[in-house]
Design a binder for this molecule. Structure first.
Ligand SMILES: [Zn+2]
Length: 424
């Protein structure tokens, strides 16, 4: 709850969480306690006979939590909150279409819509439980918010985060143009990416490796705090030598990562007992191709990602800082991240296109269609800095479009910048 509050996904009074115990009792957040400063001892235990113990009464929304658990034996934890983007859908009486991202589509599960009923009422519980009973894992509540279930609290949270992120991206993208939704075939290819089985036992880590581990963890946490990275998606790596680098592990919560969780990849083999991010092979190819690159990040900052789900061009010629950090930002076709062959109009598949065909040390940032962004740098800080500029620029462009016409810096200004900063 502390995290949901910190991410600005609920207010101090809104939202509640619960976990079901195997014996049928439920842990739930208390009613009327500041959500920004809850402690473990504030959480209420409600026994199967509805008697509660703890210093506070249970959340007034306990009835719907109970109704969902009755309807779905597989659900072990529930997140309910009023996050702004999903509330926007709820007050328009719409459900977000998650076919914009592979992650949101598969992680979010089927999304339902429950008609309005008085908060805390048995009727609201009935309306929501009916949606869960029909196979929905997330339900938008009319003029209220959202309820998400999962096999554990962290699973429910990840689902909740993925759904709110998709909703935010859809809203931002409305300012940019028509939205590209993924078809069945496109959704299917994403599942084919596998991590290689080549493992190795690492030597005693060098000072450089230890330092890289520490720095990378610091920047990953900073990226989560700044909402440039989401909890389990994206990947961040740092080069150690010609043929070795450190990378985030697959599917682990970025906010709780420790230095030992980072995975060393050397000569295409990874540390035994750990699973590197599924994008590990992409990182390896980019490091092999560009010796001057020392850090790479695939991330999902919401404004820049909004460009990825429309065909709107991202023009970094907004202010000098943007152009100096980002230069020409290419659009990378969907499928490139999975090493899929490009198919021309006559249906002939050509050799696989790779990320390195689009980005380079001269144009170090790209937009990956229906996915997010990729940024390279000469150091961990350099890549992070660039990612931050990328997101700020994207947000400024989206905001500018609601004020007036976006004016790019003319060629003469760009030439002057290129000369002054020796960019050629
Ligand atoms: Zn509520």
């Amino acid at each position: 709850m502390e995290r949901i509050y910190r991410y600005r996904m609920t207010t101090t009074s809104g939202g509640n969480l619960s976990i079901r115990e195997p014996d049928g009792s439920t842990w739930i957040t208390p009613a009327r306690v500041d959500k920004g400063s809850l402690t473990r001892s504030d959480i209420v235990l409600v026994a199967p006979d509805n008697r509660s113990s703890g210093p506070h009464p249970p959340s007034s929304e306990f009835p719907f939590h109970q109704a969902i658990y009755r309807a779905r034996p597989d659900i072990q934890a529930i997140v309910h909150a009023h996050p702004v983007a999903l509330v926007a859908f709820s007050i328009c009486r719409k459900v977000p279409n998650t076919r914009i991202f592979h992650q949101a589509y598969f992680m979010g599960g089927k999304v339902g819509f429950a008609p309005y009923a008085l908060p805390g009422s048995e009727e609201l519980g009935k309306n929501i439980a009916a949606q869960f009973a029909s196979g929905c894992d997330s339900v938008v509540l009319e003029n209220h918010g959202v309820v998400v279930g999962g096999s554990s609290l962290s699973h429910a949270f990840q689902r909740f985060e993925a759904l709110e992120f998709a909703s935010k991206t859809l809203i931002k993208a409305q300012h940019l143009g028509a939205i590209r939704f993924l078809n069945e075939q496109e959704l299917g290819i994403a599942g084919e990416r596998r991590v290689s089985n080549n493992v190795m036992t690492p030597n005693v880590p060098s000072h450089l490796e230890l330092e890289c581990r520490k720095q990378l963890i610091d920047f990953i946490k900073r990226g989560c705090r700044q909402r440039l990275l989401i909890s389990t998606e994206g990947s961040y790596s740092a080069r150690i030598s010609d043929d070795s680098f450190l990378i985030t592990p697959s599917q682990q919560d970025r906010e709780h990562l420790r230095v030992d969780d980072l995975v060393l990849v050397e000569g295409g083999a990874h540390e035994q007992g750990k699973t590197p991010s599924r994008a590990s092979e992409l990182h390896r190819q980019l490091y092999a191709r560009y010796p001057e690159i020392h850090s790479i990040v695939f991330a999902h900052p919401v404004n820049a990602t909004a460009f990825s789900i429309t065909d709107s061009e991202f023009d970094a010629r907004t202010i000098p800082e943007s152009y100096l950090f980002l230069r020409e930002v290419p659009r990378i076709p969907y499928g490139t991240q999975y090493g899929v062959k490009s198919i021309d109009a006559s249906g002939v598949a050509s050799s696989p296109i790779t990320m390195g065909d689009f980005i380079s040390p001269k144009n170090p940032a790209g937009i990956v269609e229906n996915d997010g962004v990729v940024v390279m740098g000469t150091s961990i800080l350099d890549a992070f800095d660039r990612l931050e500029v990328f997101e700020s620029t994207a947000e400024a462009i989206i905001n500018a479009r609601s004020i007036g016409e976006v004016c790019s810096m003319p060629d003469v200004v760009i030439s002057e910048l290129r000369r002054a900063f020796r960019m050629d």
